[in-house]
Write a protein that binds this ligand. Structure first.
Ligand SMILES: [Zn+2]
Length: 50
């Protein structure tokens, strides 16, 4: 997957000061953080937390 794309997204993080907010690896939208998982409202991606 593209590390270079991530760098671009990180620049936007810094403007908001929310560097720890996860983003969707698939489409780049912010992920909704739940107790045990993160989900993307845009493309339906979900990531289970351990
Ligand atoms: Zn997504």
């Amino acid at each position: 997957m593209g590390k270079h794309e991530s760098v671009e997204l990180h620049e936007k993080y810094d403007e908001d000061g929310e560097t720890d907010h996860p983003k969707c690896p698939r489409c780049g939208a912010f992920l909704a953080v739940h107790e045990d998982r993160k989900t993307c409202g845009d493309c339906g991606f979900s990531e289970i937390e351990k």
